[in-house]
Design a binder for this molecule. Structure first.
Ligand code: MG
Length: 379
């Protein structure tokens, strides 16, 4: 494998930190050209020194001076602002861009990386959830392959490697989230603290709430729809509390392939970077086949957000933009104590009902609908 030079966006977040672990474990294979973070300037500076990055960028420019003075006595270049990030991404010293930024903020930098023809290791959901109709053709046009980092999509990607026949069905697994065993009538009383205690994955706060409501799974079915050209009625979700099977693919002859492993995000991150090869994974527990694997059907009364996501995937167009924007605001309002847990799906449903679906023809459409949906969700 040729040495790869990486840009890691969202370096101080959960995906970013675990990507850095992978990079440090394989310094013969990977080097870091650029690290970015939104506001954690001190951590960004420390990580940049640790990986000997060429450039560090803080996108919230209020922290420009703090970052610069922290890196003063190093030869790491420090910049601030989203525009600086976007222009640095076309740097010819970067081979692969790891997009670990969460939320809508990941969209513009990902587009810039695609236009620069970089390989994209994609962990940001919004890029495909809101922009899939435009992003997939663009990635072909600019020869910028998108390799999924999310465990489920990585699993499907691994199952499809070497296959030449069309898939019959995607079976995406879900842990069921922190509230999977809480009686449905008690969900309205669920607190942020209860929700943030996720049973199997270590993730950021928004993804953890989205995992409890399965809105996250809803985003994943929409991403899978775009990444693997799978129609909405060929994507199933099954609850698998052990999070050992990361997803499955059924083929037309009835054969089903599944990808298994202990839940450790470094595995799909490393695979996205090293594909089509595999590399040694150090300090990782290994799957023991004696572990019983169990499955449950999804009850949409417990997970109304997943049902809304199916409806949006079927409807297409701007509905997935609204789903994402309303979801992000609804989760914020839940975490700040403003609405109950069951209010999350209600806010999303109200906003979906309030905005007519239209075809997405360009990125300005997306940003405009996103803004309208956020305003409505805040009200
Ligand atoms: Mg996932």
């Amino acid at each position: 494998m040729q040495k790869q030079r990486l840009a890691i966006l969202g370096a101080t977040g959960s995906i970013g930190r675990q990507t850095i672990d992978v990079v440090l474990a394989h310094s013969d294979l990977f080097s870091v050209e650029l690290l970015s973070a939104n506001s954690s300037w001190k951590e960004l500076a420390d990580l940049s020194v640790k990986v000997n990055a060429g450039t560090a960028i803080i996108t919230d420019d209020r922290f420009c001076d703090s970052l610069k003075s922290e890196l003063e006595n190093t030869d790491i270049k420090a910049y601030a602002g989203e525009n600086a990030l976007i222009s640095e991404l076309s740097n010819s010293n970067i081979d692969t861009v790891v997009v670990g930024i969460s939320g809508f903020a990941g969209l513009r930098p990902t587009l810039a990386a695609i236009k620069a023809g970089k390989k994209i290791a994609l962990a940001n959901k919004e890029t495909l959830v809101v922009g899939g109709d435009l992003v997939i053709p663009m990635s072909k046009q600019y020869s910028a392959p998108i390799i999924p980092v999310d465990s489920e999509h990585s699993a499907i990607f691994q199952c499809l490697a070497g296959e030449h026949s069309p898939l019959e069905k995607l079976i995406i697994t879900a842990s069921g989230g922190a509230l999977r065993d809480v009686p449905i009538e008690k969900l309205k009383d669920a607190t942020p603290a209860q929700v943030l205690n996720h049973p199997s994955w270590d993730m950021g706060p928004r993804v953890t709430v989205d995992s409890a409501t399965m809105l996250n799974k809803g985003f994943e079915i929409i991403e899978a729809h775009h990444l693997f050209s799978a129609p909405w009625d060929k994507i199933d979700v099954v609850i698998h509390p052990e999070s050992i099977i990361h997803s499955m693919v059924e083929f037309e002859d009835g054969a089903v392939k599944a990808q298994l492993g202990i839940p450790d995000m470094r595995i799909p991150i490393q695979y996205a970077l090293s594909f089509p090869y595999r590399q040694k994974m150090h300090n990782s527990k290994r799957y023991n086949p004696i572990t019983p694997l169990t499955f449950r059907e999804v009850d949409f009364r417990r997970y109304p957000c997943l049902k809304l996501a199916y409806e949006c995937m079927k409807e297409g167009g701007s509905s997935t933009v609204v789903l994402n924007a309303a979801g992000e605001i609804a989760v914020k309002r839940f975490l700040s104590g403003e609405i109950p847990y069951t209010g999350i799906s209600q806010v999303i449903e109200n906003v979906l009902n309030g905005i007519a679906t239209e075809k997405i023809t360009n990125f300005d459409n997306i940003f405009e609908i996103d803004r309208i949906a956020r305003e409505m969700a805040t009200r």
